[in-house]
Design a protein. Structure first.
Length: 470
């Protein structure tokens, strides 16, 4: 029996993971179409000043499903490093270690903040009723109290998603904030205490040659097993029928391939615009009501071996425009190049913001001014400023977004031989290990050329329980 042909749209972790497993298990012939010139998507890497740098701050978390982690360890072998987390958060003018450490909670917290948290904790002993519908604000205030929300989560949320906290959906709080209660926050801190330490607490996995090495290794193995991966091949049309005809550009020339299945990891909104016959008007209209937060990444090459000992700095304060600043060299404990390091500033925005079109020099100056305000001046020469722009960095879960997503999701689920999954495909702010879990789930549902939709629905219920790891 001839194996079915699966066309996979997008060569991020979800698309590549599916291609790898389909070929590994011998379930299908595979063609992957990627619009960019490299694999990995937002989880990729590129070389800058002799150092592999990522598109922002990425880690492979210990929460990765054991079978997926074993597979990745088999691919990367000694290149997949087990690293301690060593970041910090600026809170009311003070630096607090992240992940939280018990001693920091005792000695480093600002007095007013610690007093506020104590009062909030006492208030939780008195039951309260709230008859209103849950929002991001109400869920976190009920779980964490007013002080943590006011001084950390709410201003940080507005910087990331571009909306006041009271305009965000409760789903954003439940899926995006892993420590959503004071009890969970305390348990996270206690998990780092010797004797109480849980496996993987305060640690992460990171490839020796940048986070994008994960995607490159998966792509290389998929290719070795017979997958066809075509880069610089943006998809323009998907015509449905007895066979699915996928039109894409290759070297500026349109080409069409036929496939039995189309598995899409591109944004759900983009899929709705590419399908023929055209999506119903209500689906197209719903796609206009779902939005993504964009991100400008600002890289500064510094003429010094290392800037700080920390892997990442988090900035919840509204007067600092950056949300996070990472130093890639510290993620993988790289020593080369010996005389240079790179900083990566993350600046969420909209694609119609002035930030999106600002010059590299202006954005570099923004980073320099931001860290100087925090008492971390850059004293060495800035040799280069480079930027990267991500139009689909985070899905925005505004209040009421669910009904627009459900319209599109129901339509997509009704398309014969079309599957949408992954971070972009399911409008999910998930980690890389979640995207790989979706890929593995999709492959599990394909058996003897038939896709088991009922089994996929069970996987979808599991995916809905994913909690983002910071």
């Amino acid at each position: 029996m001839k194996k079915p042909h699966v066309a996979i749209l997008g060569a991020g972790p979800a698309g590549l993971g599916a291609a790898w497993q389909l070929r590994k298990q011998g379930k299908a012939r595979v063609t992957v179409l990627e619009q960019k010139e490299a694999v990995g998507g937002n989880a990729g890497s590129f070389e800058l000043a002799g150092l592999n740098v990522d598109y922002g701050s990425h880690r492979l978390h210990p929460a990765t499903e054991p079978n997926i982690l074993r597979d990745l360890q088999g691919l990367l072998k000694n290149d997949l490093l087990d690293r301690p987390r060593h970041g910090r958060i600026r809170l009311k003018g003070r630096w607090i270690h992240f992940p939280l450490k018990p001693l920091d909670l005792i000695f480093r917290l600002p007095v007013s903040f610690a007093a506020g948290v104590a009062i909030d904790t006492a208030k939780k002993l008195v039951p309260s009723k709230n008859g209103n519908a849950d929002t991001f604000t109400s869920v976190l205030q009920r779980g964490l109290g007013a002080t943590i929300c006011r001084d950390f989560y709410f201003p940080y949320a507005e910087k990331i998603w571009g909306l006041p906290a009271n305009q965000l959906s409760a789903i954003q709080a439940r899926r995006r904030v892993a420590a959503g209660s004071l009890g969970k926050l305390a348990r996270k801190a206690l998990s780092l205490v010797p004797g109480l330490k849980s496996p993987g607490a305060g640690r992460f996995f990171y490839p020796k040659h940048g986070f994008g090495q994960i995607s490159r290794a998966i792509a290389d193995e998929a290719l070795r097993l017979g997958a066809d991966i075509r880069l610089d091949s943006p998809v323009s049309r998907i015509k449905l029928g007895e066979k699915q005809a996928v039109t894409f550009e290759s070297g500026g020339t349109p080409e069409t391939l036929e496939a039995d299945f189309v598995w899409s990891t591109i944004p759900l909104t983009a899929l709705a615009r590419a399908i023929e016959p055209a999506a119903p008007p209500e689906v197209v209209e719903a796609s206009r009501s779902l939005s993504y937060r964009a991100m400008v990444l600002i890289y500064l090459v510094l003429n010094q071996p290392r800037w700080t000992e920390f892997d990442a700095h988090y900035f919840p304060e509204t007067e600092i425009k950056l949300t996070r600043l990472s130093e890639p060299k510290n993620y993988g404990a790289s020593r080369d190049p010996k005389h240079l390091t790179v900083l990566c500033g993350e600046l969420p925005c909209a694609i119609d913001d002035a930030v999106w079109t600002a010059s590299d020099n202006d954005l570099g100056e923004l980073v320099r001014e931001s860290v100087e305000k925090c008492g971390l001046p850059i004293r060495s020469e800035i040799l280069n400023v480079t930027t990267r722009r991500l139009p689909y960095a985070y899905p925005i879960y505004a209040q009421g977004y669910e009904r627009y997503f459900e319209i599109q999701d129901e339509w997509a689920n009704g398309l014969d031989n079309v599957l949408t999954f992954g971070r972009q495909g399911l409008f999910a702010h998930d980690n890389t290990h979640h995207a790989l879990a979706m890929a593995y789930g999709a492959v599990d549902c394909l058996d003897n050329g038939t896709f088991d939709r009922s089994r996929w629905e069970q996987y979808r219920k599991e995916f809905a329980e994913h909690i983002v790891e910071d």
